[in-house]
Design a binder for this molecule. Structure first.
Ligand code: GLA
Length: 376
């Protein structure tokens, strides 16, 4: 089955937008393997908008032969030979966001075309959608079309949160659904996405995940959505938020040239393990102070619990950055006398064995993530 866990991969948009071609995509597939991303779990190589000719040919979508001279099946074969999966992009409207042909009215034939190219993932955008149209039905239609191609194609819906998709995308067949507008490479952008989605995760579970948009980790202001960029600690915070919330982990940076620090974030085993946990339970909010400091918990497999601490900018007083959690809030009452082994997930070391609870300082733009194991 597809999408039992949040998909992981790389997408061309954040860095390259319309500046894409076959060489670039194949090189990204090589890089995913060579730099250890494949071993870490990243598998989808996704071409976003701007791959097609501006006009359909005999009614069919056609790749731009100047950009993709050997055709899309060639790209798919190359990616598959590397043990990876291939993703493409279309749109529920009559044009894509960049003005290429959309799939409105062509859903079943386009799905057949995508299946012939042997794609494994379709991102489905929402630009140029007719005002008289029914958005929910448009996603259902493409879901039906993909589900009847005879091929497993992960359906990545992207309507930017229009009409509260967490209430209906699962029932309409999406495997992931974008819940917000487009991310840009600033701290405010990813922190706003975090703030808009942390109450919106209870339905996040196998076969349909809330997609908080492609990561900007490692962009440092370069590339299409690069603005001012973020610091490394902010990228770590972004990655931990996405991982903990069960969002797809789709890298948007140029993985050919990331710093070792940024690579370390994207390859952090402990955070990826929480994102890819067998049970895929959503997190819950333990407490927040003024939406500046946050503590979340999440049941993970083997009787353990993960706990995440996040601090956003402009905390008024330093002592507010000392955050404490009581094991009572994790379902372990103090009267039980149970000790809990706490492991620091990011640093990959033991933090301590505690009764009752523990405390940690998390400064602005920082995060700490732990796994708690009751010693019973
Ligand atoms: C929309 C999507 C982006 C990207 C562009 C492509 O803005 O939200 O993620 O796919 O379209 O044009």
């Amino acid at each position: 089955m597809i999408a039992e866990k949040p998909p992981m991969g790389w997408n061309s948009w954040n860095t390259f937008a319309n500046d894409i071609n076959e060489d670039l995509i194949l090189k990204m597939a090589d890089t995913i393997v060579e730099k250890g991303y494949k071993d870490a779990g990243y598998e989808y190589v996704i071409i976003d908008d701007c791959w097609a000719l501006k006009e359909r040919q005999n009614g069919m979508l056609k790749e731009n032969p100047k950009l993709f001279p050997h055709g899309m099946k060639y790209v798919a074969d190359y990616i598959h030979k590397k043990g990876l999966k291939f993703g493409m992009y279309s749109c529920a409207g009559f044009l894509t966001c960049e003005g290429y042909p959309g799939s409105y009215g062509y859903e079943f034939q386009d799905a057949r075309q995508f299946a012939e190219w042997e794609i494994d993932y379709l991102k489905y955008d929402f630009c140029h959608f007719p005002s008289s149209g029914n958005g929910k039905n448009a996603y259902l239609t493409m879901a039906m079309a993909l589900r009847n191609t005879g091929r497993d194609i992960l359906f990545a819906a992207c309507n930017w949160g229009t009409d509260n998709p967490s209430a209906w995308m699962r029932s309409r067949g999406a495997n992931t659904y974008r819940s917000t507008g487009d991310i840009v490479d600033t701290p405010k952008s990813y922190q706003d996405i975090f703030l808009s989605q942390y109450k919106n995760l209870e339905g996040n579970s196998p076969y349909c995940f809330n997609d908080m948009d492609m990561l900007t980790v490692g962009m440092h202001g370069k590339g299409f959505v690069g603005i001012n960029g973020c610091s490394e600690e902010q990228y770590l915070q972004q990655f931990a938020m996405w991982a903990f919330f069960g969002s797809p982990l789709i890298i948007g940076g140029d993985i050919r040239n990331l710093s070792s620090g940024d690579e370390g974030i994207l390859l952090n085993k402990g955070l990826i393990a929480i994102n890819q946990d067998e049970e895929q339970r959503p997190p819950f909010l333990v407490k927040s102070k003024d939406e500046k400091t946050f503590i979340f918990a999440k049941l993970i497999s083997n009787g353990k619990l993960a706990v995440a601490f996040f601090t956003l900018p402009e905390v008024e007083k330093e002592w507010d950055t000392f955050l404490s959690i009581s094991f009572d809030d994790l379902g372990i009452h103090s009267e039980s006398g149970i000790s809990v082994r706490v492991t620091d997930v990011i640093a990959d070391c033991t933090y301590g064995i505690f009764k009752d609870g523990f405390r940690v300082q998390v400064k602005e733009n920082e995060c700490r993530v732990f796994v708690c194991e009751p010693l019973i």
